[in-house]
Design a protein around this ligand. Structure first.
Ligand code: CA
Length: 372
């Protein structure tokens, strides 16, 4: 493909995103004979961190935001100027599990999306509301997966605010509804999965061989204020700090010693952890004495943890993560609809790695990790 063609693709992607945001582009997509498409590859492109959400949850978000809760400063900072019920922006694309989404996937050459309830999901609600809306969203997502079994797979949402009921929802959503993983939108009211009160959720996930995917949100209440003051609570820094903290706290708490077969997936190239892994290992012996992990952090990063390239269609990052963690541990993701960019699919198709490793990246690692 020529550089001019690449630029044309990029312009189409931008235009498509803009008009999709207005909720009016479904007729253009797929029916416009001029619309370029990413051609099929000799591997399936499975995108593993793709966002969706229910209107019912967005409605409840609005109610929470309007109450300006003091225990959710990051949520308020991130969403106070966005209308989660608005007819423009991301809301219509998040709520759609039909033609608009499928057409966007077709145009970008995406064979399958693995869908997760967008952050912060139900984790900003009281326990009863969160538990009920998680179950409802899982029912809706499972139905979409049944209707489009070759195009969608889903992650189950749970409300860790009630760990016992959340563990039962894992059983139901994975065991009965056929969802493939559990989405945790990082901290729950400032608490992390390193806390043993949540370990029933991890036990249920491990028993079903279902990975836990930790997706970012703004940092927890105890650390978010300087990020908000400097407007750094988003994807440029805050999201990554939040998930890297969450992941390392789980390692140090002995989660992966207690649950040796538990699979954890984190996005955005591993939220900086692969890049910092030498130093994380090196400083590990000076940790506090109640550290429960038996091995160095890199041991768990290479045994229990997988990373996706959501939001980071950048060859140096993908290849560095493959080198540090292994080619079996790095998975493709697009981050639809937040980062719908056809040019990025071409960039990843063009990774200067072997066909076998590229097929692992786009397809077979996802099939194995998510039991597709
Ligand atoms: Ca995302």
């Amino acid at each position: 493909m020529t550089d001019q063609n690449r630029r044309d693709f990029f312009r189409y992607a931008v235009a498509t995103g803009a008009s999709l945001a207005a909720g009016s582009a479904s007729a253009q997509l797929g029916t416009n004979g001029l619309m370029p498409r990413v051609q099929p590859a000799a591997y399936k492109r499975i995108a593993t961190e793709e966002a969706w959400g229910t209107v019912e949850i967005f409605r409840e978000w609005k109610r929470v935001l309007d109450s300006n809760p003091p225990d959710e400063p990051g949520f308020v900072a991130l969403w106070r100027n966005l209308d989660p019920l608005g007819s423009t922006g991301f809301a219509p694309r998040l709520a759609d599990l039909g033609r608009t989404r499928l057409d966007a996937m077709d145009a970008a050459g995406i064979d399958m999306q693995i869908l997760a309830l967008t952050a912060p999901g139900v984790q900003v609600f009281d326990a009863d509301t969160g538990t009920a809306l998680a179950a409802d969203s899982n029912d809706q997502l499972a139905e979409a997966c049944r209707n489009h079994p070759t195009r969608y797979a889903g992650m189950a949402a749970v409300a860790p605010q009630d760990p016992q009921r959340a563990a039962r929802e894992v059983e139901r959503a994975i065991g009965s509804l056929g969802l493939k993983a559990v989405i945790i939108n990082s901290h729950t009211k400032g608490e992390y999965l390193s806390d043993q009160k949540f370990w029933g959720i991890l036990e249920a996930a491990e028993a079903h061989n279902a990975p836990i995917y930790i997706h970012p949100r703004a940092p927890s209440p105890g650390m978010v204020q300087p990020f908000v003051d400097h407007d750094m609570h988003r994807g440029d820094l805050g999201f990554g700090v939040e998930v890297a903290f969450h992941t390392q706290a789980m390692i140090y708490a002995g989660v992966f010693d207690q649950f040796p077969d538990l699979k954890l997936v984190i996005g955005h190239g591993g939220e900086g952890i692969p890049y910092n892994l030498y130093r994380i290992d090196r400083t590990h012996p000076v940790r506090r004495p109640d550290d429960r992990s038996q091995e160095l952090p890199s041991y768990y990063m290479r045994r229990n943890i997988f990373v996706t390239n959501s939001g980071v269609a950048w060859a140096p990052m993908v290849m560095f993560a493959q080198e540090v963690l292994g080619v079996d541990r790095v998975l493709y993701a697009m981050d639809y609809p937040y980062q719908y960019d056809i040019e990025e699919v071409h960039a990843m198709d063009a990774l200067p790695i072997s066909f076998e490793d590229k097929k692992k990246f786009f397809q077979t690692n996802a099939e194995r990790v998510f039991n597709l």
